[in-house]
Design a protein around this ligand. Structure first.
Ligand code: ZN
Length: 239
């Protein structure tokens, strides 16, 4: 899959202490031959029905979307235009030193370009998070009029059936208003928490990976007992 790219600031414009880290980015984020940093902006065509939705005027206007991730690349013009609030629970600062959070924001802004983004950094530069920081991020999202909370990550808890502390908190936050979208994870046998809260709550939705070429859920994607029709979005039902 090839992504059109948006040019990011040249590496010289990025703080020198971060340059080594940026060089470790995946190649689709950092072009070693030119020293130019790119962020992967997905093509609109990847999102089924999105052209029609946009033609119908559905651009995400008035919708607040919280991205609980590795922070955001705040210098990017799309991010500057769309972020209305940022907070950091990792102690690393608001900026994205990983690329994942920014990539998630670009998916969001390709599909919902008029949405307002809240940058809730609770995953570290390493891409990992501790449960405490994710909980703080979720709590921070309460009472802010947020429509959607996206968590493309989580923790593995093999004993959880949607009732661990993190899942319970997600259910509670979801009941306060937001829809919470959680990555199912890439272990076929074990969904992530708080995604397992989807076993218990209509407010938490689990998103599996979809293999468009095969027309089914990707082999590596976590699954529940699942799934009726195949699309990009899947609820893991109570099992
Ligand atoms: Zn859980």
């Amino acid at each position: 899959m090839s992504h059109p790219t948006v040019r990011k600031p040249r590496i010289a414009q990025i703080a020198s202490e971060n340059q080594e880290f940026i060089k470790s980015f995946p190649d689709n984020l950092y072009d070693r031959s030119t020293g130019v940093y790119y962020a992967p902006v997905p093509s609109k065509e990847l999102f089924h029905g999105i052209e029609q939705a946009h033609a119908d005027g559905l651009l995400g206007q008035g919708i607040k979307i919280a991205i609980l991730d590795t922070g955001l690349m705040l210098s990017h013009p799309w991010i500057q235009r769309s972020v209305i609030e940022s907070t950091d629970f990792t102690g690393e600062g608001l900026e994205d030193r990983n690329g994942h959070g920014t990539a998630v924001a670009f998916v969001t802004l390709v599909t919902a370009p008029a949405s307002e983004i809240l940058n809730v950094k609770c995953f570290k530069q390493s891409g990992r998070a501790n449960e405490f920081d994710v909980k703080r991020g979720l709590k921070w999202c309460m009472d802010r009029g947020i429509a959607v909370i996206n968590i493309s990550g989580g923790v593995y808890d093999t004993s959880c059936r949607g009732d661990c502390n993190l899942c319970q908190l997600a259910i509670q936050v979801g009941q306060s208003g937001p829809m919470i979208l959680v990555a199912a994870g890439n272990d076929p046998s074990e969904p992530l928490c708080p995604g397992k809260a989807g076993f218990k709550s209509d407010h938490v939705w689990v998103v599996g990976a979809y293999d468009a070429t095969k027309g089914k859920i990707a082999e590596y994607s976590a699954k529940g007992e699942i799934y009726g029709d195949v699309g990009n979005w899947h609820r893991i039902p109570i099992s």
